[in-house]
Design a protein around this ligand. Sequence first.
Ligand code: MN3
Length: 244
Amino acid sequence: METNRRTFLKSTAGLLALSGWTAAARDHFFSISTSDINYQQQPLPYMYAALEPVIDAMTMEIHYTKHAAGYTKNLQDACVAEKVDKVNTSLTALLAQISNYSEKMRNNAGGHYNHELFWQTLHAPKDAASNKPLGALAAAIDKKFGSFSAFKEQFTEVAKSRFGSGWAWLLVGQEGLLQLGSTPNQDNPLMNTSPLKGVPLLGLDVWEHAYYLRYQNRRADYISSWWQVINWPVVEQRFLQHMS
Ligand code: MN3
């Protein structure tokens, strides 16, 4: 994986320049900072209408400014109440020991982390046939699932069959291999309370608040449209980081 690591380091600067990310946003996204920036909601990397027609502007605005902002605020409150040292405890470290904290902490730490990841892995719609991973991630998906279309089918099934509210994930599992799975509510695979364990690369929010205005009860239509807005270069950066 040394080649991947070099490629990652070389390509990171280019990716950051292209995306206009600040160093702080990068540290936040890759959770490599131990400052409390991991606990703060970051600016959306695009306008609310950027994902139209797949995700409508009003859904994006309410989702970001109400739902996700609420998780972040409640996380901040829980950190004060439960005396979390945010400067010296990374968000991922908190999630890894979430069983030591309250249900409020678990729901809101997960809600904050999951949404911050979700925003970064989306971009303006592209033709579904061409919006695919490339390079090492594409090869790993082919190896694990047989083909990209087989992966899509399996991911779709996982996302459709999550009962009620939750998330569907592509993750690097504990054996260091790609894996699919879902978690209820705002849980995620980084939590020590989760039966599904690993590092999430890509997550799909299947709470109704993520799609109801445009799709109402049609979760399957939301999932099939979402493939057009996945920002695969960002997902691949995470893959290279966690596989190296
Ligand atoms: Mn949500």
